[in-house]
Ligand binder design. Structure first.
Ligand code: MG
Length: 281
């Protein structure tokens, strides 16, 4: 039995109740209580950039994390007193995949694809090139074209596709191959010396899939889209880790399974002894 936990969680629609589903009124308070336990090292893992993370913590009264993995895995920050310090060793590591090619060079290469609309400047960084695309476009075909064009540059990329359900828009993140949320969590595990059985990840959408389908014990909150639930289970099965994925549900837990209630439910599945320390039934 582990007596410490690296709790890695996505933010939007995983612990932030900004989706179409209701949140139990006690869920976030109990989540805060859990995160205040000395056993827990909390890390947010999000598509947001740092300023938007800080804004969300304040606005939604979320617990303060020890680390944040931002920009879909391309940056990692440590909280030190009142400051955030970027782990530059992570940037050095992911830079290798693009072999000196810049964000601008990649963008130039893709300028002929009419479905891609570049996201705002604050949502870009040296190792994250992000586009909007119509929610109903042929994503498989577009991703194939993007992949073929970028292959001509001789670089290694990960193409991460998500749907922003409330906004009804597709999000495409082009990252160094080894810079997804999964790789960033694995880097943090090594950096802090947390084993697999001492780590849990929680998420809800497309950019969480690499982690949900990995050997890291993961939780899919109940409010996740049906399509994501299907994809996550197929991926976990294909990768050989179906038992490292837990789907939160509405019935087996007093608080239900949406958002942070789903996170608590998943932790009670993997580590019941930790959840007993807070008032959750
Ligand atoms: Mg999310």
């Amino acid at each position: 039995m582990t007596n410490r936990l690296l709790l890695c969680t996505d933010m939007d629609r995983t612990i932030i109740p900004n989706g179409n589903h209701p949140e139990h009124p006690d869920a976030r308070a109990q989540f805060r209580q859990l995160c205040s336990l000395p056993e827990i090292t909390l890390a947010y893992v999000t598509g947001r950039h740092l300023e938007l993370v800080v804004e969300a913590i304040e606005r939604f009264n979320l617990p303060e994390p020890a680390y944040v993995i931002t920009d879909v895995g391309t940056k990692i920050y440590q909280k030190t007193d009142t400051n955030w310090t970027e782990l530059l060793s992570w940037q050095e590591q992911i830079a290798k995949d693009w072999q000196g090619q810049t964000h601008n060079q990649l963008q130039q290469k893709l300028r002929g694809l009419p479905e891609l609309k570049i996201q705002e400047r604050c949502k870009q960084n040296d190792y994250k090139l992000s586009y909007y695309l119509p929610v109903n476009s042929d994503h498989t075909n577009i991703l194939k074209q993007v992949d073929q064009l970028l292959m001509q540059l001789g670089i290694a990329t990960s193409l991460i596709m998500s749907i922003d359900e409330p906004e009804q828009v597709g999000l495409l993140d082009i990252l160094p191959q080894n810079a997804t949320k999964l790789h960033a969590i694995e880097f943090l595990q090594k950096y802090l010396d947390f084993g697999l059985e001492e780590t849990i990840f929680c998420g809800d959408s497309g950019n969480d899939l690499p982690v949900l389908g990995s050997q890291i014990p993961s939780v899919l909150v109940a409010n996740a889209d049906e399509n994501i639930k299907k994809q996550a289970f197929e991926l976990a099965e294909k990768n050989g880790w179906p038992r490292a994925l837990y789907l939160a549900n509405q019935k087996s837990f007093t608080l239900g399974g949406n958002y942070s209630a789903g996170v608590l439910q998943g932790i009670s599945f993997y580590l019941p002894e930790i959840i007993k320390k807070v008032r959750v039934s």
